[in-house]
Design a protein around this ligand. Structure first.
Ligand SMILES: [Zn+2]
Ligand SMILES: [Zn+2]
Length: 578
């Protein structure tokens, strides 16, 4: 098996960590991290490119040195410089690095100063305060790491929903291709509820020939190991994830889907409600306790309706107050991807995006968007090739020229402007005033304490030119904790200043998260779902932000970019005190 892009990216990620531990130049660290990101997003396999002797340097973001390393790992299966560094590491560092929330230097100290080599030992060192005593750690950070460790499933890692979804889709597509007899096939469980992380994937299907489908499932080339292979159910491993497939007759599908979608808390409440009606629910149907008569359901809506409940979308099945609200008929019509008419955060190759302006606009038109904002980085983001005033002026001019040629889409000339450590913006007010749209984002000094970080973001919101705050908490799933910003105070300030808050759809960000979005919704803070696209394919990540918004009970009216252009502009500009 040739080495995959994901595996190569992993090596670069680790190499970056090891270089950081050695204290080498931060530019080198970032170059490797960037290489990892570039490689992950490539549409072609590098092993194939090497085989076809394609010039890797033709790939944007891959320079001579990186290309040589890729060539080495593809042809020999190893990268010598990485292997050498790895061999020199104290035992345990790499294991500890796998744990989300722990950076390279801290992992190194935990292994060397505390002699920790396994995850179990780490859990003890976190619990008894030894890790908290290390520099740059503290109690809050250790507590959340401990929490992450304790929520890992019995089989190990939980993956972010954004990574799990494509795995499920790949398996579904592969199985559909092999089994024309397959009727329905869809994910259930935490993936369908769009939980932030997913422990394993549950797939539910209907077919007249279940055994044939289950055989084909176990035989998929994607499958690395078959765990269970029965007449109605099979479990396999794909990319380290357990995937369970259940096949039932069509007339039971609704019950099955409802049962395995959960959540556990939701289903417990539903069962309690049923008991009060003299009914009992299981995965096959609803039984009348007195007569023993069982009713099967082919779809979930009729199951909920049998219990005198409105249909409850999976994202809302959290075991909160959704059943009560369904009884009152108060479940709202949640936002859907098709409701989004614009995208307000996109980068081009003028800063750290991959594609030129023209390609980004063309792809947005093809998606049927009515408007987009091009928001390349501001001057202080040197790592992201941010634009100085001169380059910005030319870029804006170019955007406006193209915009004037395109009747079917409005292209707003914007910028993702750094919020500096003191809360001032990275461009002058005069320059901001000339832009059609301004995303204000924190990209530096992320370790500020709560008071400083909160003040910083609030100050940015108080700037009348800042339309929306990008990725408010700056978390990177599995890699970086959220900043110390007090989200409640920031949301209150958003309300007061009329600044929108972004739901950033980048798979490793998903920022703000569902509970914050719910709070924003309840407060009446305007939200914008933005893809933060760095290449044209990224527009399709909008569905991730939609998942968050749905878990937050958002209707189209809670999200500004569901409005047509005129309404959107009136709303965003009207909200701010200008
Ligand atoms: Zn950003
Ligand atoms: Zn961005």
């Amino acid at each position: 098996m040739p080495i995959t892009n994901a595996e190569i990216a992993e090596v670069f990620d680790r190499l970056a960590a090891l270089v950081e531990i050695e204290g080498d130049s931060p530019f080198k660290v970032r170059a490797y991290q960037r290489a990892a990101r570039t490689i992950t997003s490539l549409p072609v396999e590098l092993s194939q490119m090497v085989q076809e002797t394609a010039d890797l340097r033709a790939v944007k973001g891959i320079g001579e040195q990186i290309a040589a390393k890729i060539h080495e790992i593809v042809t020999t299966g190893q990268m010598q410089s990485y292997e050498r560094k790895k061999a020199a590491l104290p035992e345990g560092v790499l294991t500890i690095l796998e744990v989300p929330g722990i950076g390279p230097k801290t992992a190194y100290r935990i292994a060397t100063d505390l002699g920790v080599t396994t995850v179990d030992e780490l859990e003890r060192a976190l619990a008894d305060g030894r890790v908290a005593a290390l520099p740059r750690m503290g109690e809050k950070a250790t507590e959340s790491i401990l929490q992450t460790l304790q929520t890992r499933g019995a089989k190990g890692k939980r993956l972010p929903v954004s990574l799990t979804l494509p795995i499920a889709e790949q398996v579904i597509a592969a199985l559909r291709e092999r089994c024309p007899s397959l009727k329905t096939l869809a994910p259930a469980g935490s993936l369908r509820r769009f939980e932030e992380t997913v422990g394993d994937i549950d797939l539910m299907g209907t077919s007249d020939d279940p055994e044939k489908v289950l055989d084909a499932f176990a035989d998929l080339p994607l499958v690395s190991e078959v765990l269970v292979h029965g007449p109605k159910k099979a479990s396999v491993l794909v990319k380290g994830m357990q995937i369970d497939l259940r096949i039932v007759p069509e007339d039971q599908f609704g019950s099955l889907m409802q049962y395995f979608t959960g959540s556990r808390e939701h289903n417990i409440q539903l069962r309690e409600l049923a008991v009060r009606k003299g009914l009992s629910i299981n995965e096959y149907g609803i039984t009348h306790v007195d007569t023993g008569e069982m009713v099967a359901f082919s779809d979930e809506a009729s199951l909920y309706s049998y219990l005198d409940l409105q249909y409850i979308p999976p994202e809302l099945r959290q075991g909160l107050d959704e059943i009560d609200l369904a009884r009152q008929g108060a479940i709202p019509h949640l936002i859907e991807e098709a409701d989004l008419l614009g995208d307000l955060h996109a980068h081009t190759d003028q800063s750290d995006g991959r594609d030129p302006l023209e390609a980004m606009i063309q792809a947005a038109r093809e998606r049927g968007l009515q408007y987009i904002a091009i928001t390349d980085h501001s001057r202080s983001s040197t790592i992201a090739n941010g634009l100085n005033e001169d380059r910005l002026r030319h870029h804006v001019q170019h955007i406006r020229e193209l915009d004037s040629l395109l009747p079917d889409i409005k292209v707003l000339a914007g910028s993702e402007v750094d919020i500096r450590a003191d809360g001032t913006m990275d461009y002058s007010d005069e320059i901001l005033a000339d832009l059609d749209f301004v995303v204000g984002s924190v990209h530096s000094a992320m370790e500020q304490d709560k008071a400083a970080m909160t003040r910083r973001v609030v100050r940015a919101m108080e700037n009348p030119r800042v339309d929306v705050i990008g990725h408010l908490t700056c978390r990177l799933l599995g890699h970086r904790h959220p900043t110390n910003a007090d989200v409640e105070v920031v949301l209150q300030a958003a309300l007061r200043t009329g600044t929108a808050v972004e739901i950033n759809c980048l798979p490793h960000r998903l920022d703000i998260k569902d509970t914050h979005a719910r709070r924003a919704r309840d407060l009446g803070v305007p939200m914008i779902i933005s893809t933060d696209s760095h290449k044209f394919e990224d527009y399709s990540q909008a569905r991730l932000g939609i998942g968050i918004a749905r878990r937050a009970w958002c209707e189209p009216k809670h999200v500004l970019n569901t409005l047509p252009l005129e309404g959107f502009l009136a709303s965003i500009k009207g909200h701010k005190r200008r």
